[in-house]
Write a protein that binds this ligand. Structure first.
Ligand SMILES: [Zn+2]
Length: 139
């Protein structure tokens, strides 16, 4: 019992450490989400992540945009996109947990590296390939 409580406490400390490590990126997400919420968007706490859906007036303007993750904040065009892309965006949440604020330059660097190799900026990005579940052997 004592060991169980210790492990539970360590797990909680580790979890809060991850939230702290990712906080700068989550703060960027919160800053970007704030105007959407002021304009009538929705926010929900789901499985340890703030999920923000844009208001309809904004969602109508951006059919190409699905969702984007900043730390523990995911911003989606609408609830349907949030549901459809939740698993993909959760991979990005885990990537932020691993890299913290370093995720920003690493993501950009990966995209630039792919372009220099004649590949696609977004879809060939290392982090996107992982989130799309591409075969690691094919990378
Ligand atoms: Zn992605």
């Amino acid at each position: 019992m004592g060991i169980f409580l210790k492990n539970e406490s360590l797990g909680r400390i580790r979890l809060w450490g991850i939230y702290l490590w990712v906080l700068p990126a989550s703060t960027c997400g919160a800053i970007l989400a704030l105007p959407l919420l002021v304009l009538g968007g929705n926010v929900a706490w789901f499985d340890g992540v703030w999920e923000v859906c844009a208001p309809r007036s904004i969602a109508r303007l951006s059919h190409r945009f699905g969702a984007i993750t900043f730390g523990h904040v995911v911003i989606a065009r609408d609830a349907a996109q949030m549901a459809a892309l939740r698993e993909h965006e959760r991979v990005h949440v885990r990537q932020y947990a691993r890299w913290g604020i370093l995720f920003f330059p690493l993501y950009l660097g990966s995209s630039c590296w792919q372009v220099l190799r004649g590949r696609r900026f977004y879809r060939d990005n290392h982090f996107e390939r992982e989130a799309y579940g591409d075969d690691p052997a094919a990378r």
